[in-house]
Ligand binder design. Structure first.
Ligand code: UDP
Ligand code: MG
Length: 312
């Protein structure tokens, strides 16, 4: 089989309004680039007409591939399935909702030709997103950047071009809780970015619920930093030192100066609740790490494919 220059990975979940348009825009970009290419749509358990539309495209064009999951596994896993099956020399990850403008791929591909292995798209402005979501994302990216020992670029999603070399490493990374932009930053090689203004979603509505975003954020933190665990230890140490000094003071009042204050209800309740809260947070943080270890240990398949036209 002839070499394929370019693979485009498009995870789709309830994107029936966007399939035809993203297909048109991507094909016109690929034609401008004059590359041989494949488009891989990963249907992540859509409940609308998405799969039928993708299959119709695949029936017309042999370079349109589809992977249909048995249920909704989540965006990061859908992209991982694309990565596992892509055969191109350069791989592009892009959202189906046209928030990532396909035309930017032309500038990004230029950088790949200059010898970069990763070219990610950095958001200057994010139109059409709910402002608290933008702020939360901004704060999160900056906290994560502080927590990790290597730089994870801020204000970038998964829209990027990566070389085959990066893909080969990604395929070997075994974690089940995927935070791809972190993994790609961790891999290294030559990385750069181009800037763009993020458009509002074209059709449909965002499928990243607050719960999914929180999980992604926690996957990012637990996957790339042990600092939260250390904070628990240090905070425990601090509280213990304080408790020890307090006990000395209380014992001194009770037995030596003999003017001890009668048991205070308020102070007792406050300290019990305070310690209770701190302990729960500590256990919760440890739990976040343990639950991810548990996922990795069970070693279940990352996703289940119901149907595909990708030949291995
Ligand atoms: N997506 C997916 N599975 C999901 C949620 C989203 O494959 O469970 C896809 C979705 O179809 C889109 C991309 O991931 O192509 C980004 O999702 P969305 O636009 O909802 O996220 P946002 O841009 O709001 O962060
Ligand atoms: Mg979107």
């Amino acid at each position: 089989m002839a070499n394929t220059d370019f693979s485009v990975i498009i995870p789709v979940y309830n994107e029936e309004d966007n399939i035809q348009l993203i297909y048109n825009r991507l094909t016109s970009v690929m034609e401008q680039l004059k590359v041989s290419y494949e488009l891989i749509f990963i249907n992540d358990g859509s409940k609308d007409n998405t799969l039928a539309l993708v299959k119709a495209l695949a029936n017309q064009k042999s370079n349109v591939k589809f992977i249909d999951f048995s249920r909704n596994f989540g965006h990061q896993i859908a992209v991982s399935a694309g990565i596992d099956n892509a055969i191109g020399e350069t791989i592009c990850i892009i959202d189906a909702d046209l928030q990532d403008p396909p035309e930017l791929i032309i500038d990004m591909y230029q950088k790949i030709k200059e010898g970069y292995d990763v070219v990610y798209a950095k958001r200057k402005k994010r139109a059409g997103d709910f402002p608290p979501k933008i702020w939360a994302a901004k704060i999160f990216y900056r906290i994560l950047a502080k927590l990790t020992s290597f730089p994870i670029p801020v204000d970038t999603g998964d829209f990027r071009l990566i070389s085959k070399q990066i893909v080969e490493v990604l395929k070997q990374m075994p974690e089940k809780s995927k935070y791809l932009r972190g993994q790609i930053a961790w891999i290294g090689f030559k990385q750069t970015f181009v800037e763009f203004d993020r458009d509002p979603r074209f059709g449909g509505k965002s499928n990243y619920t607050f719960r999914k975003l929180l999980k992604l954020a926690l996957d990012g933190i637990t996957g790339f930093s042990d600092i939260p665990l250390k904070v628990v230890t240090y905070f425990g140490l601090l509280v213990s030192i304080f408790a020890f000094l307090m006990s000395l003071y209380v014992l001194w009042g009770r037995f030596i100066s003999n003017n001890h204050v009668p048991a205070g209800w308020a102070s007792t309740i406050i300290s019990v609740l305070f310690i209770g809260g701190i302990q729960m947070i500590g256990i919760g943080i440890i739990g976040e790490y343990i639950s991810r270890m548990n996922h990795d240990l069970r070693n279940r398949p990352l996703y289940i494919i119901k149907e595909t036209n990708v030949k291995k």
